[in-house]
Each structure stands twice: as C-alpha cells, then as structure tokens.
Design a protein around this ligand. Structure first.
Ligand code: SAM
Length: 257
C-alpha cells in the first residue's frame, strides 16, 4: 500500500467515502492509487497535461494492479472529464492562478456539473482560489494548514451546497477578528489568510505569516537602492501589507476573536 506524504494524506482525508474522484495534475497518480487501495473510492481519473507525468501515472496504476479502475488521461485541466463522471475533483501542487484558471475553464465548459466537492491544495496564491470559490458559489466547508519538510501547505475543501451563499457569508464575516478595518480590507484579509485558519489560529499559521513578513522586508531592503518612484510606491505598499499582517497576528495572539 502506498504511503502518502502528510500533504497528500490531508487531501485524501477530505475526499468523501465512495466518491468517484478525478485528480487533475496527477503526476504519479499517488492520490488516486491510495484512495482505491484503502477502498475509499471505487474508481478514479488521473488527468495530466504532460506526457512524462502521464506515463508515471499509468505505471503507478498498473504496478498497483489498478489499471482497470484508474483511467489516466492526457489533457489540459478538466478537459479530460466528461460532465457527470466525477463526484470529487482534487487539484494539488500548483499555483493558485493556474488552479483558478483550470477551475474557471472547467466551470465554463460544464465539466463541474455534478461535481459535489473540490479538494484543492494551491502552493501559492490561496486567496485567488478562495475568491474563485466564493464567486462561483462553492461553500468553503473546511481548510487546514500543515508543515512538511520545511514547507507550509494549505488545503481547501469546498462543497457544492445550495446554501453556499449564506454559509459563505457567515464564514467570511470578519467581526471575530475585532479589527476596525473597512469591510473591503477585512474581506481581503480573510481571503488571503483563510477564514477557518484565522479562527483556528495555529502555530503553523503564525509561522507562515512571520516568514511572509520576512520575505516582504527583504524585498523592501532590495528596493531601497532604487530611485524610481514606482519602487518607492511598491515599498510603501509592502510596508502597509506588513503592518496589516502584524496587526492580525497580534490580535490572534491576544485571543481577540
Ligand atoms: N498533484 C500532484 C501532487 O500534488 O503531488 C503533482 C503535482 S505536480 C507539482 C503538478 C502537476 O500538474 C505536473 O505533473 C504537471 O504536469 C501538471 N499540470 C500542470 N498544468 C496542468 C494542467 N493545466 N492540466 C493538467 N495537469 C497539469
């Protein structure tokens, strides 16, 4: 039986028992193979854009004796799916922009019709993914953050729910932070840092945003040599960003939420 990394395991944990799963950008098809091996899913589609990873996915499925139940298909994003073929779509290990573009194209071409849940693990740009889910009426049911091999990952679980709008309204209500920010800024903070992650306020979340502050400080220091007005404006914007992150972390630490 395949042993998954903690990151992939967390994704697997969110998949609903009995779901027909489509893993998009499946590379070695580790997730589909595992889900079938443990009996959580009856069948899976492993979608891959590139030939090399597709071959690796096919080999993994064959080696596990699951060739007949894992369909490895080459194609761009959700194009590999027929509408109604999957209950769960997982996408992991790529940037939030690419992930949102894949979801948007899939949504526009009807490939998400009948899909009940999305399990998404963007490497960066989590806010873009949260924003896409919100705009398209997916309920963000859960999210988690974990550290593995010095990297921090966020996993989002969204479900197709008729009450998504009102449920999202409630989770994206930032009053719990106790910050006197304008509505729009507060909303951006929740999209960026995660409405559940902020409520849970784990040490890994603090670690992530402290390291983000360090990154921004390094960029500001690099810009300080430039005399361009644009650099000064950008540096000022980053300083404001740091200020906001620090305020949010401060309020999490003091437990005002
Ligand atoms: N999902 C696996 C994981 O999280 O361990 C593999 C992640 S790997 C870094 C990203 C994979 O996505 C690569 O195999 C790449 O070929 C594939 N990929 C990138 N863009 C894609 C697209 N538009 N459609 C399908 N697959 C894509």
């Amino acid at each position: 039986m395949i042993k998954l990394s903690r990151r992939l395991q967390r994704i697997a944990d969110y998949v609903t028992e009995g779901a027909r799963v489509a893993d998009i950008g499946s590379d070695h098809a580790l997730l589909p193979v595992y889900l079938l091996q443990i009996g959580k899913c009856p069948s899976a589609i492993a979608g891959e854009l590139n030939a090399g990873p597709l071959q690796a996915a096919k080999k993994q499925a064959a080696d596990a004796g699951l060739k007949s139940r894992i369909s490895a298909r080459q194609g761009n994003g959700l194009a590999v799916l027929e509408p109604g073929e999957a209950d769960t779509v997982t996408i992991a290990g790529m940037g939030g922009s690419l992930m949102s573009a894949i979801l948007e194209e899939g949504h526009a071409s009807g490939k998400l019709v009948g899909v009940k849940e999305l399990v998404l693990q963007p490497n960066v740009g989590e806010d873009e993914v949260r924003e896409w889910l919100l705009e398209k009426g997916w309920f963000l049911a859960a999210e988690s953050i974990l550290e593995e091999d010095g990297k921090i990952y966020e996993v989002l679980h969204a479900v197709n729910d008729p009450n998504a709008a009102s449920q999202n309204q409630s989770i994206y209500n930032g009053d719990f932070l106790g910050l006197a920010y304008e509505k729009e800024l507060l909303h951006r903070v929740l999209l960026r840092m995660g409405p559940y992650l902020l409520r849970e306020s784990s040490p890994v979340l603090t670690l992530k945003w402290k390291s983000e502050i360090k990154k921004l400080e390094r960029i500001i220091a690099q810009m300080s040599g430039s005399e361009l007005a644009e650099s000064a404006a950008k540096a000022e914007q980053f300083r404001k960003e740091i200020g906001i992150i620090e305020e949010v972390l401060q309020c999490l630490q003091t437990g005002i939420r």
